[in-house]
Write a protein that binds this ligand. Structure first.
Ligand code: ASP
Ligand code: MG
Length: 405
């Protein structure tokens, strides 16, 4: 008898029919003899609608009240799911994040899980019941309701799987798994049957939208095998697991792209120790997540620094950079929002030289100019013009023969 955590995203529980279909699947898993802990997201676009409602009501949204509002979406799902399960003669019981013992820090709207108590879930399982937990939420050390950031239900599921020692955490969604590229851009993209945590982390961080990055980090740190699969077809999807030493790794596993970032350049920065530190410290203090950074060779005592930030943070980042530029006697600050990132990810890159060279050549053959480059041991990323990124993804998918297997 296995213990599985099954997490259902917003589209999986989007309406009454979907909730009944999911309840049917949970009932089948139980009949198969496995124990199940269910985690649900808010129905469909509920969270977006609640955010819009808050905007309509007030420009001032105390984070504590925003969290109180947003957590209501997942409560609706969990109660309806238990009713649908009752209809299937499955004895289920719902728990809010707080009732499930998910203890977080006090950072409203982006809280981090500190501890999972889970006593009531263990008791429910021991009583032969199916616990249904509201995703995306917890209770802070100050006893206030918190949320874990957008897409946080994945993290709830992985955290519960780790705390309860589950055999697997199944993430049900509206796609059949993780693909070698976004199938909307590359129709021949293949579903990947098995990935390492490292590859999944780089895929999630570079634009693959299937899993929230934090949930993958959590799964890797706590050794929780993940299975990403569809709640529409129920077919086996993509397993994300620990890399085995014997695994013969593909050189390139996936091509990802991301159009959510912008590039900012500070020109004429005096070439003195400590200035980069001040710039990026100031950005960090505004909670701006800087991704790529490039500093050019210094000429005549000054240098240019370019970096990418989420488009939503462009205005505040430019302000921070302009203030600093004025203080230290640097030149202009320019923002460019018409950029996109394209990345190659693959664990086999560690032992295969030449991947970057082939990538740059492929882009050159397409007449696509590269703005910035960054690499890690298993990833190469280029910043290109936004209007060329789909062509870049298609060409790279072909060049690395990702559609032939
Ligand atoms: N409902 C939340 C959101 O839309 C959490 C989640 O779906 O994982 O971000
Ligand atoms: Mg969601």
């Amino acid at each position: 008898m296995a213990l599985v955590v099954q997490k259902f995203g917003g589209t999986s529980v989007g309406d009454a029919d979907r909730i009944r279909a999911v309840a049917d699947h949970i009932a089948r898993t139980r009949r198969h003899g496995d124990q199940v802990v269910v985690v649900v997201s808010a129905m469909g676009k509920t969270t977006d609608e609640l955010l819009r409602l808050a905007d309509d009501v007030s420009a001032v949204q105390p984070p504590r009240e925003l969290d109180m509002l947003l957590t209501s979406g997942e409560r609706v799902s969990m109660a309806l799911m238990c009713m649908a399960l009752a209809d299937q003669q499955v004895d289920a019981v719902s728990f809010t994040g707080s009732q499930a013992g998910i203890i977080t820090d006090t950072a409203h709207t982006r809280a981090k899980i500190q501890e999972v108590r889970g006593d009531r879930l263990r008791q429910a399982l021991a009583d032969g019941r199916v616990p249904v937990v509201a995703g995306f939420q917890g209770v802070s050390t100050e006893r206030d309701v918190t949320t874990l950031g957008r897409g946080g239900s994945d993290t709830t599921a992985v955290a519960l799987a780790a705390a309860l020692g589950a055999d697997a955490c199944e993430i049900y969604t509206d796609v059949t798994g993780v693909f070698s590229a976004d199938p909307r851009v590359v129709p021949q993209a293949r579903r990947l049957s098995r990935l390492s945590f490292e590859e999944m982390l780089d895929i999630a961080a570079s634009g693959g939208r299937v899993l929230a990055l934090r949930s993958v980090e959590f799964a890797r740190n706590h050794h929780v095998p993940l299975h990403v699969r569809s709640s529409f077809t129920w077919e086996p999807g993509t397993w994300v697991v620990e890399e085995e030493p014997t695994m013969e790794n593909a050189v390139v596993t996936a091509v990802t792209h991301d159009t959510s970032e912008a590039k900012i350049t500070v020109t004429g920065v005096p070439d003195r120790p400590g200035l980069a530190a001040r710039l990026f410290r100031a950005l960090a203090e505004r909670s701006v997540n800087v991704d790529m950074i490039v500093q050019n060779v210094s000429q005549h005592g000054t240098t240019d620094i370019s970096f990418t930030v989420p488009k939503v943070d462009v205005a505040s980042s430019v302000e921070v950079a302009r203030n600093l530029a004025a203080e230290i006697g640097a030149g202009e600050v320019v923002a460019d929002t018409e950029v996109a990132k394209v990345s190659l990810v693959g664990a086999g890159m560690r032992s295969h030289p030449g991947v970057s060279a082939t990538m740059f050549q492929t882009l050159a053959d397409e007449g696509i100019n590269i703005d910035m480059i960054s690499t890690s041991t298993i990833r190469v990323t280029c910043v290109v013009r936004a209007d060329a990124v789909e062509r870049a993804v298609q060409a790279l998918h072909r060049a690395f023969e990702l559609d032939t297997f």
